[in-house]
Design a binder for this molecule. Structure first.
Ligand SMILES: Cc1cc2nc3c(=O)[nH]c(=O)nc-3n(C[C@H](O)[C@H](O)[C@H](O)COP(=O)(O)OP(=O)(O)OC[C@H]3O[C@@H](n4cnc5c(N)ncnc54)[C@H](O)[C@@H]3O)c2cc1C
Length: 376
């Protein structure tokens, strides 16, 4: 079992304190996720933006540090911050998931361009992979990057369920340059631009993420915006990004668990002395140990899909169970009387679909077991 060392404990405490700022804004962003103007100055969101920016691109006058340099530190921070509000975390400007893809696939010049384009702290990014009915099997995607006779490429197709897509100004869009899975590539796209359209979809949970539908009708993509040209052919596109999905699964698991802890604490606060907390508290403590172990395992074996799949499968399910337990614990009418709890009950259901649904994770887990080499 992983014990946090002093720097990780300090990170945990810092994020736990910072979570209160997110909590104070949670219901307002849930009610109107498009209205982020006042919230972008939140010191906690500024810290998250800075922490997810590589040190060499950080603003020297802002928060200095990086908690995204290991999967374990990401897990520790995300768990605590999501206890404040997961919706706010997904509503933030800054590198987010697109940044992880650019770090994995971009050349130094492309990284400089990407981080320079969002340095003002007011710019949303998006990561556009999913297509309608082609979510779980991204290799079946149909969005195309066709060669442009005038140079570069033209992007044609549509994406769905893209976080912050309709308000994003710098996106990473996955598309195919040919029919083979290796021809799926990613490009940086700056918006608005001719041929691009995006609109937000109605959401029930994690409304801050403003998931959107995007269309690309001949959007011009300069050749230098195609990521991965400096990498071997097998690591230029979707396969090159696969390690980032393992990290994201841990981060989503951590956020789900953070919401579950928040719901447990809320019940403890509203019904102090009630004996029903003990089992839930024990399950949450065991889940946190699983999360830290799994995050550490990803740091040690970044290509292993089984461990992060186990963590995400278990923790997203546990979060749904714990919020349901909390609603029952507070009695009939609890969801009407406790707006935060009602929000958490909606939010936790969205985690299952982010970065691999539970069925897909089960497939990864069984595949991992079936192909595991026996230890001698
Ligand atoms: C809050 C939120 C934020 C998101 N953000 C982004 C984003 O920023 N960028 C992005 O690109 N996408 C994003 N997504 C989309 C997400 O990645 C997809 O929803 C997910 O990949 C599932 O795809 P789908 O919704 O098309 O479901 P489908 O793939 O159509 O699956 C529907 C159901 O069928 C099951 N299923 C599918 N294939 C199999 C199989 N082979 N075996 C057994 N069962 C199967 C699934 O488990 C699921 O229950 C987001 C989604 C949510 C909810």
């Amino acid at each position: 079992m992983i014990e946090l060392d002093p720097p990780l404990r300090a990170l945990r405490d810092r994020c736990r304190d910072a979570a209160a700022d997110l909590r104070s804004r949670a219901l307002s962003v849930d009610a109107d996720p498009a209205d982020m103007a006042d919230h972008l100055d939140s010191p906690t969101l500024a810290m998250v933006r800075a922490a997810s920016t590589p040190k060499r691109f950080q603003d020297p006058s802002g928060w200095q540090g990086e908690y995204t340099d290991s999967c374990l530190s990401r897990a520790v921070a995300s768990l605590e911050l999501a206890g404040g509000d997961a919706g706010l975390l997904t509503a933030n400007t800054g590198p987010a998931l697109a940044g992880i893809a650019v770090d994995a696939l971009g050349s130094e010049t492309q990284q400089e361009f990407f981080y320079g384009s969002i340095a003002d702290g007011r710019t949303w990014t998006f990561f556009a992979m999913t297509e309608d009915a082609r979510g779980s099997d991204a290799t079946a995607m149909e969005t195309r990057l066709d060669p442009d006779p005038d140079g570069g490429y033209r992007l044609f197709g549509a994406k769905r369920y893209v976080g912050n897509g309709s308000r994003g100004a710098t996106g990473v869009v996955f598309a195919r340059t040919g029919r083979s899975p290796l021809s799926i590539r990613a490009a940086i796209v700056r918006c608005p631009t001719p041929g691009f359209a995006g609109h937000a979809l109605e959401m029930t949970g994690l409304r801050g993420a403003l998931i959107s539908e995007l269309s690309f009708d001949g959007v011009h993509v300069p050749r230098e915006m195609l990521l991965g040209a400096h990498l071997p052919a097998s690591r230029r596109g979707i396969w090159g990004a696969s390690r980032t999905f393992n990290v994201m699964r841990i981060q989503i698991a951590a956020m789900a668990l953070g919401v579950a802890f928040a719901a447990r604490d809320y019940v403890c606060d509203q019904r102090p002395g009630w004996s029903g907390h003990e089992l839930t508290t024990a399950r949450l403590a065991a889940a946190r140990a699983l999360l830290y172990d799994a995050a550490n395992e990803v740091d040690l074996s970044p290509d292993d899909r089984r461990t992060p799949s186990i963590a995400k499968l278990h923790l997203t399910d546990l979060a749904v169970q714990v919020t349901g337990w909390a609603a029952n614990a507070l009695g009939p009418g609890s969801l009407l009387l406790h707006p935060l709890l009602e929000k958490w009950c909606r939010d936790v259901r969205a985690f299952e679909f982010m970065d691999g649904t539970s069925n897909i994770l089960r497939l990864h887990i069984t595949h991992g077991i079936a192909t595991r080499r026996p230890t001698s």
